[in-house]
Ligand binder design. Structure first.
Ligand SMILES: Cc1cc2nc3c(=O)[nH]c(=O)nc-3n(C[C@H](O)[C@H](O)[C@H](O)COP(=O)(O)OP(=O)(O)OC[C@H]3O[C@@H](n4cnc5c(N)ncnc54)[C@H](O)[C@@H]3O)c2cc1C
Length: 503
């Protein structure tokens, strides 16, 4: 199928269109590819819906906080819980904003390139050595430390803490404060857009651009190997033996293991490359729960009824605890529940008056060896249907504490365990939705593998793209954009040829 981790399907009941995997498009709309393709996408019917209250939190004790894209409203909301938190937030975001060109630049640029060096030099010139060191220090800070020193209220900390999970990090990881500021400032500036009709409309529009420009798209086949001749990638061969010759380039959107250990198994490669691919680590696993709702959820704090993505969590400490439990292969007693209500923005995805619920659990162990609550028998750690449903029951019961109508609303549900995710897509190894841990040793300058960071591989004309490469996971399209921009850059000879042809 086209789309990878974008798939819209009637997963539960007729008329209920679920985003099976990814749901929210702020990274695409705020990324580098969208502005370049926007007119073409608009013409093909792609339309986004957004809101001024993209996200909120409800804590176990029922306390809530809502993030608004209106700075004054957000300041007032933060002050509601602890007077002064709003002003500190503004100051912190102001300081980050002054450096945001560098932050967002780093996420949209090939770092190991002249453009990357230029970016670094510009930073050094504008901030001088001491400013650069200070910036790097703040960029390495763990989110826990930043949240604790920025906000006095637990509610404000809880509003932001679960978002670290959406970066493939944990709150105590080095660099997590930086990524949290990136996501917080992007959400305040850009909200949480979703495409009308679901992600499939983006996939179809992109496919139509390719076809209308003479391209072909082949699905239903697995690429078995990449053929290398004299150090150059010359073809991709599918499992049924079909050979696709490559005149210009081969782009592989895979994990490093799949690329270097499998697809290139017959190619001569430096040993350090294969070793590095072997060492590449997966992040925490994910579970997805989808429910068809007879009616939208009615939250105890009715402000949340119109918030597309609500986190249910005990707070910062609860996120730290659940991340630690999942990291130790233990089923969290109280996971951070990302409860998505896309029909708040796009009612067309459900029958009249009904809704869909998208739940993401980013603190799930791949093979649980115990249950932190001591209630669920995890067996030998295999995600059997019994284990999957038992854990989903826990999650829905905890969600049910915060809404008044869960039992009445849920018509039917579908649950995807980490093992299901892994089965659905070869890039989701271990059910890691982000195709590799995003801790600093596998991020930015080091992603995907230190001997070949960025997108160029040791094989000429072979490019590595996708979530496992810089700038990491999410629907930004950034890695493909970086490589496409490079491939389409024409040298002086091609430019002259173009000029002559135009005459
Ligand atoms: C459950 C889930 C929820 C998410 N939610 C969000 C979200 O809301 N917003 C967001 O921005 N990001 C989200 N993400 C992350 C985001 O979806 C991914 O980071 C992104 O899709 C990665 O794009 P990609 O092109 O690298 O890989 P993919 O989207 O996984 O696409 C890779 C494609 O390549 C195919 N493939 C791989 N190997 C082969 C082979 N050998 N032969 C043939 N085909 C092959 C795969 O089958 C797949 O179709 C989510 C991810 C998951 C899994």
């Amino acid at each position: 199928m086209l789309g990878g981790a974008i798939r819209t399907a009637e997963l539960t009941a007729p008329g209920y269109r679920h985003e099976v995997f990814s749901c929210w498009h702020p990274l695409f709309v705020g990324g580098p590819a969208y502005p370049r393709l926007k007119d073409d996408l608009d013409r093909r019917g792609l339309a986004y819906r957004n809101t001024a209250t993209p996200t909120g939190v409800v804590m176990t004790d029922g306390a809530t906080a809502v993030l608004s894209t209106d700075e004054d409203a957000l300041t007032a909301e933060l002050d509601r819980h602890a007077d002064g938190d709003g002003a500190v937030w503004r100051r912190e975001m102001g300081e980050f904003g002054a450096r945001s060109k560098l932050a967002f630049g780093a996420l949209g640029t090939e770092l190991w390139s002249t453009a990357g060096v230029r970016l670094g030099l510009r930073a050094l010139l504008s901030m001088r050595a001491s400013g650069t060191l200070a910036f790097m220090e703040s960029a390495l800070e763990p989110a826990t430390a930043w949240l604790q020193r920025t906000f006095r209220s637990e509610q404000a900390r809880a509003l932001f803490a679960p978002w670290i999970n959406h970066n493939g990090m944990g709150p105590d990881d080095a660099g997590s404060a930086f990524m949290l500021k990136v996501i917080a400032s992007a959400t305040v500036q850009g909200g949480i857009p979703v495409p009308v009709g679901g992600g499939v409309t983006l996939v179809e529009a992109l496919a139509s651009i390719v076809r209308d420009n003479g391209g072909e798209l082949h699905t239903g086949a697995t690429v078995d190997r990449i053929v290398v001749r004299s150090g150059r990638a010359v073809a991709a061969v599918t499992a049924d033996g079909t050979r696709y010759g490559a005149r210009h380039a081969v782009l592989a959107s895979t994990t490093p293991q799949a690329l270097y250990l499998d697809l290139l198994r017959n190619a001569e490669l430096p040993a350090v490359v294969r070793d590095a691919a072997r060492r590449y680590r997966w992040g925490r696993s994910d579970m997805q729960i989808h429910a068809a709702l007879r009616e939208p959820l009615r939250w105890r704090d009715s402000r949340l009824d119109s918030v597309p993505l609500v986190h249910v969590t005990p707070g910062l400490d609860g996120v730290r605890k659940a991340v630690g439990e999942a990291g130790r292969d233990v089923l969290p007693a109280r996971p951070s529940i990302a409860a998505g209500q896309p029909t708040v923005l796009d009612p067309s995805r459900a029958p009249d008056g009904a809704a869909v619920l998208w739940i993401q659990l980013l603190e799930t162990p791949y093979r649980p060896s115990a249950d932190a609550a001591g209630e669920i028998d995890v067996g030998d750690g295999t995600w059997t249907p019994q284990l999957t449903e038992a854990y989903a029951d826990r999650v829905l019961a905890q969600l049910g504490e915060q809404v008044t109508n869960l039992d009445r609303a849920v018509l039917t549900r579908a649950v995807l365990s980490p093992a299901d995710l892994e089965r659905e897509n070869p890039n989701l190894v271990h059910g890691d939705p982000y195709s590799g841990a995003c801790t600093l040793d596998q991020f930015l300058l080091w992603r995907p593998i230190p001997p070949h960071p960025g997108h160029q591989t040791p094989v000429e004309r072979l490019w590595h793209i996708g979530a496992a490469t810089h700038p990491g996971p999410g629907l930004s399209g950034a890695s493909g954009h970086i490589v496409a921009t490079h491939l389409l850059r024409r040298g002086p000879l091609e430019r002259l040829r173009g000029l002559l042809a135009a005459r």
